[in-house]
Design a binder for this molecule. Structure first.
Ligand code: V3L
Length: 85
């Protein structure tokens, strides 16, 4: 979307791009200045915390990953667990 930015979450040795729907939800919440955004990913609820820039699993807050908003062109592992190439 705008300015060529995208949303990413951290994997073991690189970044995954969020799926299209979740990315749109993150971007909308971020643009509204909200501090968190609730995400439903494969049946699990997560909180994206824009202050900490973390994704945290609702029912197990020890499951957390860094997130970032960065240029769509950065090196990435793939999209939502689907590897590139
Ligand atoms: N979108 C898609 N899948 C997710 C997301 C998300 N936003 N958050 C967690 N999962 P946790 P490497 C990731 C998946 O945080 O080898 C990648 O997409 C997560 O998938 O403990 O470490 C890969 O598919 C994990 O399988 O709640 O880079 C996979 O990890 C599961 O939910 C391996 O990636 C638990 O994550």
């Amino acid at each position: 979307f705008d300015g060529g930015y995208q949303w990413f979450y951290e994997g073991r040795n690189g970044w995954w791009q969020y799926d299209e729907r979740t990315s749109r939800e993150l971007e909308a919440a971020y643009k509204k200045g909200e501090r968190i955004c609730e995400l439903l990913v494969a049946g699990l609820l997560y909180i994206a915390d824009f202050d900490a820039m973390l994704q945290i699993r609702r029912n197990d807050p020890s499951r957390r990953r860094r997130i970032k908003r960065d240029l769509a062109t950065i090196p990435k592992k793939g999209v939502a667990g689907l590897r590139l190439e």
